[in-house]
Design a protein around this ligand. Sequence first.
Ligand code: ZN
Length: 163
Amino acid sequence: MRAFAYNDGEIKDLRLGGRVFVLAAKAWVDMRQALYQSISREASKALLWNIGHRYGVSLTKKTLKAVTYEEEVARALAEIATYSGWGYVKLIGEVGKPEFAIEFRNCVFCVGVKDQKEPECSFLEGVISGILNTLYGNRFQTREVECIAKNDTRCLFAAKPQM
Ligand SMILES: [Zn+2]
C-alpha cells in the first residue's frame, strides 16, 4: 500500500490521514544544535522530549482508530516509524518485562552526530514514552540507554515499569 499521495503542493498521509511534510535529517540536527545554543542543552532536550511526547500520544490515538485489533497497534506504529524514514525499528523482549526495549537502527534523529557523552534522541524518547503511556497507562519510564551519537551501534530505548 502506498503511504503518501502528492497533490496540489501537499503530501497526504494515506494511512493516518492529514498533511505531512519532508524535513532534511541534517536540517533537524542543525536546528537542534541551534536550539542548544540559544537556550541550554538541558532545556532543549526537555522541550524536544515534550514535543515528542505529545506527538507520540496523538500518533497512538490515530493508530488505535486505524487498526482493527489492538494487538496490531505496536506493529502498525513500528511500520509508521519505518515509512516515515525514522530508521529500522525492532521491539526487544515483552511489554512489561524488565528487559523490554525498543531498538532503532539507522536512526534519523542523530544522523551524522558522533562522540557525544549523552544520548541525543530526546524527541524520539518522548515519542516512545507518549506511545507506551497511551497504550498501557502511565506504567513505563522510557530512557534512551544507547545512542548512535555516543558511538553505540544503535539507539536503544529501555522501557522500565514505574514503581
Ligand atoms: Zn539516539
